[in-house]
Design a protein around this ligand. Structure first.
Ligand code: AMP
Length: 240
């Protein structure tokens, strides 16, 4: 009789443990929040096209909010049934156009870029952030980081000058409390340029955290912060 009771108890404990694994399994460990400098995107050897709504402001734009694992790998395209539905974010549309501008060619209204980010990355954090919250949370992070101002506070401006990679990282640590990862691109003249800034964010999408892991560093020790306001209108746009 006693052994029957203990068997039942063991079975119950096992069921509870299984439920805990299924219900609370962590789908990812943290987010990378990525901001992009349009002056560098448009200074690449490949071309850029301004959004159909017009040239973006001279400010960092959002690239994405990407679920990641602490080993550096990341999940992608987690839910093929969850398509991007613009009507769910209609209240965010004008802010998205300003803060998350599409720059690929041909010129577009942003839907394709945002849809790509949702399908590839957003669907992998769907248990935490639904489609509306995913975009609203990402927009909030942009205001929280206030990157252009943070760099300006340290005397770092998009003026075409070269700055040390360490001074850029130091300025961002000073302003936000956390060291970022910097991605660089190489322009047509071979200059290493400030292209993207990655900050790490907890799984709720609300708080910046210390990065558990950084991608491989590919920038040179001195990098250019190109202007965007002086970027010449791409020839294929001025011809229109
Ligand atoms: P991801 O797949 O999220 O790593 O983003 C990479 C893709 O996003 C590539 O196809 C890029 O060409 C595209 N991409 C990056 N930045 C932009 C941008 N500002 N506008 C449009 N597409 C972009």
């Amino acid at each position: 009789m006693k052994s029957m009771h203990s068997k039942n108890l063991i079975i119950r404990v096992l069921i509870i443990q299984c439920l805990a694994v299924v219900c609370f399994a962590q789908e990812f460990d943290f987010f990378y929040f990525s901001l992009q400098w349009p002056g560098s995107y448009c200074d690449l050897k490949r071309s850029c096209c301004y959004p159909s709504t017009g040239k973006p402001a001279s400010d960092f734009g959002i690239h994405g909010l990407w679920p990641n694992y602490i080993d550096g790998s990341y999940p992608s395209n987690c839910d093929p049934d969850s398509s991007f539905n613009e009507s769910m974010i209609s209240d965010l549309r004008s802010k998205m156009q300003k803060e998350w501008p599409t720059l690929s060619c041909p010129s577009a209204n942003g839907t394709e870029f945002w849809g790509h980010e949702w399908k590839k990355h957003g669907t992998c954090s769907e248990s935490v952030l639904d489609q509306h919250d995913y975009f609203a949370t990402t927009l909030n992070l942009k205001s929280q980081v206030n990157l252009l101002q943070t760099l300006a506070n340290a005397g770092i401006y998009p003026d075409g000058e070269f700055y040390s990679l360490e001074s850029i990282k130091g300025a961002i640590k000073q302003g936000t409390g956390y060291t970022p990862h910097i991605e660089c691109n190489v322009n047509a003249w071979g200059n290493s340029q400030l292209y993207e800034v990655y900050m790490c964010v907890d799984t709720s999408g609300s708080n910046l955290i210390k990065c558990p892991i950084f991608p491989r560093e590919r920038c040179k020790s001195q990098i250019q912060f190109p202007s965007f306001s002086n970027v010449e209108t791409p020839s294929f746009l001025s011809a229109i």
